[in-house]
Design a protein around this ligand. Structure first.
Ligand code: ZN
Length: 338
């Protein structure tokens, strides 16, 4: 009798302990750590992670701050991320107002950190972040983070502290700009680890060649299409549109967190009709509900156009990278614009 009682009392405790161990193990897996004996690079989001990994090759360990499957516009670092960052050799962030958290983070980093910091968008001509179709409709989304961004609301910034009002941060979606990002990462890496300069230059050359080929393919293929209008989920293809003579119409603003008004939706439906748009593009890390609803109302189809702000878990497993996703994007653009 007594034994049964003890079993009954203790078993749940053991189960709870087991479960919490399992949960913490899962949580730990998504937090990659720094590695001794390698040049540790912390990248603020996927494209920078991809380029830093390719340029650094075997000499580096790259930590991507934003895990697979997570949309980076809304992301901000946890204390573990800041710890990694402080101990890393090189921190690569985009700039151009993309990482609303970065200035506070850099301020706290300066004191005793030896980390070299590079703003990868340096030298890229930025487009203004106009949102004329959407105005200021962030109001529905009262999400607050715990980093005090709300209190530091500045002119031209939304509730997440992003500088959306001033510049369009999505520079990486033009391959020519992507090459400039790679140049800045390569130069910073050589500054951190001059001994392996030749390897970094060689790896960079390989990546730059792929990006140039990609740019050439986009130019020649998109020049042949008769249609030029693309309807996309969030306004992230400004640089791509400018580089290849396309016209972007976005359902949402520069960040995928502002739902359009019914007036916006009507306006886009009219645009689809007027310009014989056949496909509405959606993206994998943001709900496709709006795109699907619009497509249904307009009697058109949907296709993926990835802003490559992160990989899905599936893409990460498959070994997709910036170039393969941009090639997918080109195929879908050609399908939609023929
Ligand atoms: Zn975006």
């Amino acid at each position: 009798m007594k034994r049964t009682f003890i079993q009954r009392a203790i078993l749940p405790v053991i189960l709870v302990l087991l479960l919490s161990t399992l949960l913490s193990a899962c949580g730990g897996r998504s937090q990659p750590a720094l590695v001794n004996g390698k040049i540790n690079i912390v990248a603020s989001f996927y494209p920078l992670y991809d380029f830093a990994s390719k340029i650094g090759g075997d000499h580096v360990n790259v930590v991507n701050l934003v895990p697979a499957g997570v949309e980076p516009h809304d992301w901000s670092p946890k204390s573990r991320d800041i710890q990694n960052l402080t101990k890393s050799d090189l921190f690569v962030y985009l700039g151009a107002g993309f990482e609303g958290w970065v200035h506070d983070t850099l301020d706290s980093l300066k004191k005793d950190s030896k980390t070299v910091v590079v703003e990868a968008s340096r030298g890229i001509e930025l487009l203004p972040g106009t949102e004329e179709e959407h105005g200021d409709e962030h109001g529905h989304n009262e999400k607050k983070d715990d980093h005090g961004h709300d209190e530091k609301k500045e002119e031209g910034k939304d509730e997440h502290g992003h500088d959306h009002g001033n510049t369009d941060p999505h520079v990486w979606l033009s391959p020519a700009n992507a090459k400039q990002l790679a140049v800045n990462i390569k130069d910073a890496l050589i500054q951190v680890d001059t001994a392996h300069k030749a390897d970094y230059e060689a790896n960079f050359k390989k990546l730059a060649d792929r990006l140039e080929q990609l740019d050439g393919k986009y130019k020649s293929e998109l020049a042949k299409t008769s249609k030029k209008d693309i309807v996309v989920t969030h306004q992230s293809f400004g640089y791509l549109a400018k580089a290849y003579g396309l016209n972007q119409k976005a359902i949402m603003g520069l960040a995928p967190d502002a739902e359009p008004t019914s007036k916006d939706m009507k306006n886009i439906l009219q645009f689809i009709k007027d310009n014989q748009v056949k496909y509405i593009f959606f993206e994998e890390l943001v709900s496709d509900k709006l795109a699907k609803t619009l497509a249904k109302d307009a009697g058109v189809e949907t296709l993926v156009l990835s802003p490559i702000e992160g990989l899905t878990e599936e893409q990460a497993k498959k070994g997709d990278d910036y170039v393969s996703l941009m090639e997918n994007n080109l195929n879908n653009l050609l399908k939609a614009l023929q």
